[in-house]
Structures are given as C-alpha cells and as structure tokens.
Design a protein around this ligand. Sequence first.
Ligand code: PLP
Length: 414
Amino acid sequence: MNKYKDFDNYLKEFPNEDGYFGEYGGAFLPPELEPAFKEANDAYEAICHSAQFINELRRIRKEFQGRPTPVYHCERLSKLFGNCQIYLKREDLNHTGAHKLNHCMGEGLLAKYMGKKKLIAETGAGQHGVALATAAAYFGMECDIYMGEVDIEKQHPNVIRMKMLGANVIPVTHGLKTLKEAVDAAFDAYLKEYDNAIYCIGSALGPHPFPKMVRDFQSVIGIEAREQFLDMTGIMPDAVCACVGGGSNSLGMFTPFLADPVEIYGVEPLGRGSGVGDHAATMQYGTKGKLHGFESYLLQDENGEPLPVYSIASGLDYPGVGPEHAYLRDANRVNYVTASDEEAMEAFFLLCKYEGIIPAIESSHALAYAIKYAKEHKSGSILVCLSGRGDKDIDYVYENYGCGEKFNLDKYNK
Ligand SMILES: *Cc1c(COP(=O)(O)O)cnc(C)c1O
C-alpha cells in the first residue's frame, strides 16, 4: 500500500461539510451560537477562494508580514551529530516573530470582507492576543481580547503590547481566572456582538469552521517550505517536524507534504515526565473526548474534565489538540513523539550557540526531536518548522538555566 497516495485529494475532502476529520472535529455549540458559526463558515467558503481575496492576502503576506520566510540550512548544528542535515523554516522571521500572524491576518481580511468592525478573542500567554491586535491595527478594526486576571499579572509585556497596538484587554475575573474562563467570556461576547464582530481562535481547534480555516491560512508555511527546499536541494526532505500545542504551525507545515514520500513528526511537550500534570502530551496519553466545542484527543479524567497540564513552553500547555491531528494519527500518516523540558532547553542553547538563532521554547521542542532524528539517522535531511523567536523567553530562561552552562554543549564538538 502506498500510504501517500491516499492523500492526493486530502485537502478537498477533509474536513467534510460538517467539519469532521474522520470521527474528530464537528461543532458542539449552544443553539444560540450556531448562527454566528454558520455565518463565519458560509462567508469563509464564499469569499476565501475568490481571486480578489487571495491576491489581497498574498500582497499582505509579502509587504506587511515579510513573506516568504526563508528556509535555512543549519550546517554547523548538523555537523555535530553526523551527516544528517537539519533545515529550518524560519517562521521566527514572520512579522511579530511567530507563525500566529499567518491566520490572524487571514481572519482579519475575512472580517473586512464580511463588513465586520471588531475582532474578538481570548488569550492565555498573550501571544495570540498580540498577533490579533496587530491584525486589528492593520485593518483599522476594534479588538477585544479576553484574558484571565491571573494571566494578565503573569504576562505583563504582552498586555502592554496589545494595549500599544490599540486593543482592549478585558480582564476575566471568575473561576480560576485563566484561559478556560477567558474562552467562555470570548464566546459570550461573540454571541452578543456577532452582527458587528468576528471571533478569531488561537489555533487549529474549536468548533468548525475554525480548525479548517486556521489550517488553510497556516498552510502557507508548508507550501513555501516545500518549494524552497526543492529549489535548494533538488529533492524532498526525508522528514519534516513541528511542535504541537493546539496544532496550527504543525498543520501548516505538514498538510502540503501529506501526499509526498516524507516522514512527518509532530512533537508534543513531555514537560517534567509522564505523570499527570507534568506534561501536555495529548497524543501519547490522551483519550477521545470533547472540549471547547469539538471532539478530539484530550487529557481528561474519568468524568471528561480536562486534566491539569504543564510545559516549560506556555504556548504548548493545552489539554487537547486540534481534531485534524487526531485523524492524521489514526490514519498513521503523522508520527507523534515527545520532547521533555530538558531536551527542549538543550536544543534551545544549541541553536543559539551554533547557528546564532534564539528560538522560542515552543519551537525548541521541534528542534529537540530533529536533533534526536539526526543522531539516529546519520544521513538524509529533516526540515523543522521554527515556529517563533525566543526574545519573549530570555528572562525566564536566564533565571532558570543561565546561559546553558549545565548542558556542557562542547561535548558535541569533538
Ligand atoms: C502559540 C505557539 C505555538 C503553539 O501553537 P500551535 O497552534 O500548536 O502552533 C508554537 N510556537 C510558538 C512560537 C507559539 O507562539
């Protein structure tokens, strides 16, 4: 059986009209929210394939976001582990320093075509809020970002960024005052304001059509990377990999490679280990369930309540995963693997020291797996999605790991 052949028409067939990727996805909504999601879906299907929309998005990506981002060959890093060549897709060089802007600009443009005046979202660590506030400023729209009071305290620089960009940061003061309550508050606001506003989710998850929309907007990563890699080397990479939080940068990277003879690796955070509350490795330890309006794999207790999760990377600590990933795992097309905090941090310092690039801690998980792959394979190539830059992380890293002395990086340089 040629498993790649099955994916020739994949993007046309998945998800189906109801937003299902096999048995995952869907839209489990309170009835009063259904019209809002239907409106977004109908608009997306009607507008996003028009030449005018595509051309305007292409221009925005080039002139505002600085796309295409380059593919870069890590020659010095690769040499440390043998002859397997590590390449990076540099989403850290996308405007605002990460891939999230790819779908925020797409959603902002959709909102403009729909005649909406406001973008609404929740944010946890603040990265999605900053990307959406950037899109709102670009399009001249209002932007309401719901954020738990606890997160507002913890993520001060991102709160300042959002405010400077003109967004309203609205504190959420009930319950645990973190991401889950912020999601509820953003949904409530959407319900009241959807005549005037559109809701923009932070990853390839939530009720249909968001997993599809976000995947489609993010697929610019893999489309560019595939062409650039071919141009550089004349062949396909043997493998591609990306970190998986909710799953947006990874699906963006993976979907254009699904029909190619390329191994694909999604890297989840193993945190401090395999105990409950020590990781956020949903594919390794999760089971099928429902959360935030969709079906997928979840880390859940016996009552279906989400379990506590942890990762050193705040962008990866989500108890679920986008439904398309659950499907790609069952279809045996993507291999899900893990990287621990320590493995990610060693990769972080290696990229700093041997390539002059400070990666986001999230992205360092993908890099950690690529290093493992390079050690095991000794030849061939692996293309990594470097989802973001690490400037946001340096204070935390320095406090906890100094400049990486304990990893004794010279051990590789024999
Ligand atoms: C948010 C974030 C992630 C995780 O989100 P996905 O939807 O899984 O891509 C990864 N890397 C960076 C830099 C992020 O900001």
